[in-house]
Design a protein around this ligand. Sequence first.
Ligand SMILES: [Zn+2]
Ligand SMILES: [Zn+2]
Length: 374
Amino acid sequence: MRPHHGKVALFTGKNKPLALAEYPVAAPLAGQALLKLTCSGICGTDVHIHEGFLGMPEMPLVIGHEFSGTVEQMGSTPMRDGLGTTLAAGDPVIACVAMPCGQCFNCKRGETASCLAFGVTYVKDAGEAPHFHGGLGEYLYSPAANLVRVPDGVDPLAAAAFPCGGPTIIRAFAYGGGLEAGELVVIQGNGALGLFALAWAKRQGATVVVVGSEANPERTALMRALEPDSFLNYRTTPPETVRKTVADLAARLGRGDGADVVIETSGNPQAFPEGLALVRTRGRYLVPGQYSNRGPVAIEPQLVTFKALRIIGAAQYQLADIGTYLDFLRDHADLQPLFRSAIKCYPIEAVNEALADASRGVAIKAAICCHMHT
Ligand SMILES: [Zn+2]
Ligand SMILES: [Zn+2]
């Protein structure tokens, strides 16, 4: 009898269609878990890799780093996830691809999201056993230390909506000194990062203005359901009007001369100079969204000086941020059906369509869904 096999989608080079391949599914090694993947989101990063904006070694790769699944088999027992929770077969988990070194200056300070020698679990030749290194496949082998169990009370498919965007925003706010109830927050962009930032800031008691697009009706509907206090379409609202709206709102709320926090999630370099103009004097500008080099923009550095701005970058996240993300969903159960509605499922055979839809912004969160009913 042919051994049990599973499918993966292989990335073999810039702008080439992903190719399906099948590999045998074997027992995991000690310290590893074999996951049956249920939902693998396609991230902006995957689109950037596919379009050649993020260099990757030349070998067939299983890309994709936003996966959730269930534990199929454990390479050793007992097994704990990266946050210390005991795992059992059948448990729903989210896997994280990041492998901070633990030794560098930043890791030693506990800032593992900013490791100076970051590794990832999935940049490995797919021809090498155990083959299932990344998210765009039916199975995944992951070190147990990279898993976080989805807590009881959280729909794993709701958690699968923003398993990367959510922790990324949580890390940006953590680096930026948190958020207080009553603060005025402006979110630039309403993609995955922006939508999560909206949910997060509203539930911390902030007043939230979103400056985004209405190009995708489903995304607009989800944004409205998350109840921003104000929405401004950046395509139809002149920058001066955006500034005046934010300044007027800040004055009305007694928050000074602008937003307490502006968070850039659009990835559009042009959003940066506009964001600088929206932050109040002594406010924070969080910039977790500029994920590829799309060229320079002109800024007025004197704004940073005269407004005594705090500009805070954040890339990646750390394992504990995934735990915070899942706890947030557990504590705000009403968000779960909304998050779940963000996912548009594609079978793995339609992976190229999913990638194209993610690139064009057709889906809020395009995802490869396998093993949904087994
Ligand atoms: Zn991602
Ligand atoms: Zn490190």
